[in-house]
Design a protein around this ligand. Structure first.
Ligand code: SF4
Length: 320
């Protein structure tokens, strides 16, 4: 199924199957082009080509020169692309401030985010770091969820990335409709259980923030709010915290569940806790009970926790 309005997200161009790598090859990622493309409008970039490097070209690598990490040609360190790559990251971020996420190619000294090899000037590998384009992008747009294509094979990391993209998108939509105290309270109200499932401390902090919106500087509070929320969502949820949220939500049904329904729901939460069934099972049961009396359950039903992204993505259908 295709989403009516697609969310703009950035992507390393070689993941789309374009032959822009140093060796003239690509890194086509089918999950991106066959599944995510139904929901996301890709804003591709190949920083190396866009700063004027040819295809094919000599490979570059990151070298630690003591007080500076530079991207230089592997067999000729005098060819240094560090400044244009960092400038590209900054320009891409500022020129595309509507994007709600970025999917990067792993191990690239430009686009890689985690675990890019770092070398000493003598050629010995010493550490892992992030690519220079990715670093500049992250610094220029700290709210942006950035994930590597390889890590999207992990069901938990994949779901967490998609949750963050949709959350940032909803935030931008809220700002577009006009920031007001009421809009921020409503946004928070819908995200309460989502953040509770990730970080209980952040949940309390955000609650205190929206309880004091009479302060004159609403924009400043909103900036702090979204920074805190996105930082909290960056860490994937633990099974125990998910169970805690499921039980909280079950509390909204305490007067109407039959003994048998209650046992069934509790058993599904317990089976999820043990890793026997996926999260979607207790969530689907909760939704089913809320929807039976939908008018009475508008509050739990509006929780993004229950449907943070289109269910066709099926991201909670894995046991992980
Ligand atoms: S990893 Fe980045 S710089 Fe390298 S080919 Fe892909 S898009 Fe271009």
């Amino acid at each position: 199924m295709t989403q009516a309005v697609k969310i703009p997200i950035g992507i390393s161009r070689c993941l789309l199957g374009e032959n822009v790598r140093y060796n003239g090859d690509h890194k086509h990622n089918r999950f991106c082009t066959s599944v995510l493309s139904d929901y996301f409008d890709f804003v591709p970039t190949c920083p190396e080509v866009e700063i004027g490097m040819s295809v094919p070209r000599k490979p570059i690598r990151l070298v630690d020169f003591g007080n500076d990490i530079r991207a230089v040609e592997s067999d000729d360190p005098s060819k240094d692309y560090s400044i244009p790559l960092q400038q590209k990251g900054h320009d891409y971020a500022t020129g595309n401030n509507d994007i709600c996420g970025f999917i990067a190619t792993p191990n690239s000294p430009s686009c890689g985010v985690f675990g890019v090899k770092l070398y000493l000037p003598n050629g010995n590998p010493i550490n892992k770091t992030e690519g220079l384009f990715a670093r500049a992008l992250r610094r220029a747009n700290p709210l942006l969820p950035i994930e590597e294509s390889g890590r999207l094979n992990d069901a938990g990391l994949r779901e967490n990335f998609i949750v963050r993209v949709f959350t940032l998108y909803r935030w931008k939509q809220m700002l577009e409709s006009g920031l007001s105290a009421a809009a921020l309270v409503d946004f928070h109200s819908r995200n309460k259980y989502l953040v509770m499932s990730r970080n209980y401390e952040a949940y309390k902090t955000l609650g205190r923030m929206v309880a004091r919106l009479d302060k004159p500087d609403l924009k400043k509070t909103a900036d702090t709010y979204i920074e805190t929320l996105m930082a909290a969502l960056a860490v994937p949820p633990k099974r125990g915290s998910q169970c805690n949220v499921l039980q909280h939500l079950m509390g909204y049904l305490k007067h109407e569940l039959s003994g048998r329904d209650k046992q069934e729901l509790l058993a599904s939460i317990e089976d999820y806790r043990k890793g026997i069934i996926p999260l979607i099972v207790p969530i689907a049961l909760l939704r089913h009970h809320f929807e039976k009396e939908a008018e009475q359950h508008t509050y739990p039903l509006q929780q993004h926790y229950l449907a943070p992204y289109p269910h066709e993505l099926g991201l909670r259908s894995h046991v992980h």
